[in-house]
Ligand binder design. Structure first.
Ligand SMILES: NC(=O)c1ccc[n+]([C@@H]2O[C@H](COP(=O)([O-])OP(=O)(O)OC[C@H]3O[C@@H](n4cnc5c(N)ncnc54)[C@H](O)[C@@H]3O)[C@@H](O)[C@H]2O)c1
Ligand SMILES: NC(=O)c1ccc[n+]([C@@H]2O[C@H](COP(=O)([O-])OP(=O)(O)OC[C@H]3O[C@@H](n4cnc5c(N)ncnc54)[C@H](O)[C@@H]3O)[C@@H](O)[C@H]2O)c1
Lengths: 206, 206
């Protein structure tokens, strides 16, 4: 079984594989390790958890490896997603092509501001919150992206849970309380800036 | 020395410590491990790299540990930051209070759209790109957040490097080519959605 920490690394290995020359027959664990910034042994341990993929001394076949990683992450299929809170961040996420490329289809968007409801943003009509439950059921939606202000986040998350959502990607800076059967990933982009200061500080040999 | 992978984990330990009750005298490595979702041994290894902090069997003093982590990540001081590309994503990042809380001050913003230049957004006047070099030098800016379209990203990054920037947080979906002395962290929020599908898929025992 793959751990949550290993899953983070698998996403990075996948980016490395997609950037690898498409006619290459092999890639080694040390080439993946160098591209991602982890140890060779860590890569081998992570890939071993996916099953018998590589051959010692010869390496891995890039397409077969990418397929195995996609299956482990659950992105060998498409996922239907709703987005709630169509403000600055919500709009930027709607326009981002990177989600579609990995099989994530945002199929409906919601907001509670009367002036926004009915507006068409990136090809989707903004719907009122009371349509959430019906949309999740009829459209077979499993995931939600939450980009509302922090004061509204918990009550909107509760509505998503009632509607039958199975996972929430939360951007609001609050700790959401969800039942155990609903998965949660919270994003804090300040963590990315901290990674940058870590690198800048160490580049000067501090 | 702390590795780049360990630095990611340190950011998560720091969030756990800031959420810990302020009157608590101790926290154990297993309490941190449970909150973050890594093994107890991993937490002990990471914290040992920071120096002699905890006592076996007694645990760590939360404030002392948070201070050591802040120093390792370089956020025991403030950093002056510029943001280039004041579109949907740029505006959402400007409004986000999470950066300021960790000592990141966005001191100037830039865009190349004539209708945006001179506008005041979140208290900052939008400046034209030709003012970049002068601003970075006179304001002592070290970091930049890049939220321009992918076609413009490399040329804007080159201008930032010429201006003397030491680190770039890049959101454009391109691989930036930078000289070795300039650090780079690229964000791809699709990775966060993949972490969510990994959890949802495993919650069903797939
Ligand atoms: N985690 C991060 O790194 C990060 C970065 C930037 C912003 N944020 C957060 O993302 C959220 C959105 O930021 P923004 O700049 O786009 O804000 P915004 O004010 O531009 O957008 C919020 C939207 O949510 C809508 N809304 C408010 N209450 C609602 C409710 N009860 N139901 C449905 N919709 C509702 C508003 O009408 C608005 O359209 C904020 O919580 C912000 O703190 C997080
Ligand atoms: N990595 C992720 O997860 C993620 C998520 C969302 C968006 N994005 C990316 O972030 C970027 C911004 O997205 P957005 O939705 O805010 O786009 P946007 O079009 O709303 O904003 C882009 C801004 O950049 C400005 N700009 C264009 N060329 C410029 C140049 N040469 N110099 C200075 N400014 C320039 C435009 O005038 C505009 O204000 C895009 O590259 C997008 O792909 C990434």
């Amino acid at each position: 079984r793959v751990s949550r920490a290993a899953a983070q690394r698998l996403s990075l290995y996948l980016r490395c594989l997609t950037a690898w020359p498409s006619d290459a027959e092999k890639i080694s664990s040390s080439q993946i390790a160098a591209a991602v910034g982890v140890s060779d042994a860590q890569v081998r341990r992570d890939l071993a958890a996916l099953g018998h993929l590589g051959q010692r001394g010869i390496g891995y076949e890039p397409r077969e490896l990418a397929t195995a990683i996609r299956e482990a992450l659950g992105i060998h299929r498409t996922w239907r997603v709703v987005l709630v809170g169509v403000g600055n961040l919500g709009r930027a996420l709607l326009r981002y092509q990177g989600f579609r490329a990995q099989g994530f289809q945002i199929v409906a968007v919601f907001d509670n501001q009367p002036t926004k409801i009915g507006e068409c943003i990136e090809g989707l009509r903004v719907r009122p919150l009371h349509e959430l439950e019906a949309t999740v059921t009829t459209e077979g939606v499993e995931l939600a992206i939450l980009t509302v202000p922090k004061e509204a986040a918990q009550s909107v998350a509760d509505a998503l849970v009632r509607a039958g959502i199975r996972g929430i990607l939360n951007f609001a800076p609050v700790v959401l309380r969800l039942p155990q059967h609903v998965q949660l990933v919270t994003v804090d982009l300040a963590i990315q800036l901290e990674q940058l200061t870590f690198l800048v500080q160490h580049a000067n040999g501090v």
